[in-house]
Design a protein around this ligand. Structure first.
Ligand SMILES: Cc1ncc(COP(=O)(O)O)c(C=O)c1O
Length: 409
């Protein structure tokens, strides 16, 4: 007799749903649709030629290693390169502090396996990255949420949230997904001090900080924490686990990211990663290292910033021109997203239906809210990195019309 699969699925698997963004991909596959939906980088900035040469070099000079099984920690020269990036924040990292992962999506999964028992509580921002919510959901997690404003997470509300007993806090301090906001320096200091006071670890997800268009770079939470809490020889020994990624600075299809943390955390994560996928493809790690070494990464980031800055500017000025009165939106200084709020009484999921008829798409805000989806119903997220400027202008004009139509109903 055929297996009644619905009854066989584990309890936590039953509750997981396809993310709103994956679902949207089905609509946006139509080339007529101008999509501000996914968090896709611009394909025009992928360094295809450089990557091709790097692959060639790796296979020619060290093909046997590139195609063999490898260690779980990751390719040592790549880990060394990552450690040196943190020098800019006067933070000392050794190889024992870094684990290469198959994307931050995996980093969050491994960290959850490390820290989260079934049905325990996680503290998140409201709104937050729905890919992380999906992972925590697979652990049957319960959520405490803290709202964000233009300066990021509202840290004055943290003491009460910490008292709800979360296993850890998950936070995106810089150019947050979805809201595009950045946690101010004062609030970073407050968050670090409170995490120490309450003994609650912080998982810092930082895929976007390199994509800054203006203003001063802010110190990552991990560097602030490590300045206070370190081993006798100066390595981090504090409360923060940091997630970095090459998805937005090199290419997301490589699935290449890393975790930086105190060595005892990395040691345990290495064992968990062995159980998950043994190691991130060593060929990808070696080719990425070959491509990025000798200053290419720094030069490449400057180029990406230029392209995205222009696209953000085009989107903001088109919104100024075409969006009706009563709407509000963020003006992010970097990253890939901005976050808009509809006038009172409007619902973004309903607007999406009208917008799709006009061949323009975005992600409605409700799915970014961990507990109260209704709190997100007036919001939506717009991605400005993936479409070329003329498509952005056209798409925002269509969206302005869609909002106008939906307002009349
Ligand atoms: C905040 C955040 N974390 C993690 C990810 C996933 O990154 P990766 O491609 O490294 O898995 C994304 C992707 O959009 C993101 O926005």
């Amino acid at each position: 007799m055929p297996t009644p699969w619905q009854h066989r699925f584990a309890q936590n698997a039953k509750s997981t749903q396809s993310s709103a963004i994956r679902e949207l991909f089905k609509v946006t596959a139509n080339p007529e649709v101008i999509s501000f939906g996914g968090g896709l980088p611009a394909p025009e900035v992928f360094p295809i030629g450089e990557f091709k040469s790097a692959c060639d070099k790796v296979l020619t000079t060290n093909g046997a290693m590139a195609l063999q099984y490898s260690n779980s920690e990751g390719y040592a020269p790549l880990r060394e390169m990552i450690a040196r990036q943190m020098d800019a924040y006067a933070m000392k990292l050794g190889l024992d502090n870094i684990l290469i992962t198959t994307g931050t999506q995996q980093s969050i999964d491994l960290i959850s396996k490390l820290l989260l028992n079934n049905a325990e509580r996680v503290l998140v921002e409201d709104p937050t990255f729905l890919g992380a919510l999906q992972i925590f959901g697979l652990f049957g997690a319960r959520f405490t949420t803290v709202p964000t404003d233009d300066d990021g997470l509202q840290t004055d509300l943290l003491p009460e949230a910490f008292r709800s007993g979360p296993r850890f806090m998950y936070v995106i301090p810089t150019f947050q997904n979805p809201a595009g906001v950045t946690l101010s320096m004062k609030r970073r200091e407050a968050l670090i001090a409170l995490s120490d006071q309450y003994g609650i670890p912080i998982v810092e997800d930082d895929p976007y900080s390199a994509l800054r268009f203006e203003g001063e770079t802010l110190t990552p939470l991990m560097a602030l924490d490590a300045a206070r809490l370190k081993t006798a020889d100066g390595y981090p020994a504090g409360n923060v686990i940091y997630c970095g990624s090459f998805s937005k600075t090199l290419a997301p299809g490589l699935r290449l990211a890393w975790i930086a943390a105190p060595s005892e955390v990395i040691g345990k994560l290495v064992q968990i990663k062995q159980g998950a996928d043994l190691h991130t493809p060593i060929f990808v790690q070696m080719a990425a290292y070959e491509c990025l070494r000798d200053g290419f990464l720094e030069k490449h980031i400057l180029k990406i910033r230029e392209v995205y800055r222009e696209r953000r500017n085009v989107m903001l000025s088109a919104m100024d021109e075409h969006f009706p009165k009563g709407m509000e939106w963020t003006r992010p200084a970097g990253g890939l997203f901005l976050w808009a709020r509809l006038p009172e009484g409007m619902v973004s999921a309903e607007l999406l239906r009208t917008a799709i008829r006009m061949n323009v798409a975005f992600v409605p805000g409700n799915s970014f809210f961990a507990v109260d989806e209704k709190a997100g119903e007036r919001y939506f997220r717009l991605n400005f990195s993936n479409m070329k400027p003329e498509r952005i202008r056209e798409g925002i004009q269509r969206l302005g019309k869609a909002i106008g139509e939906a307002q009349k109903v």
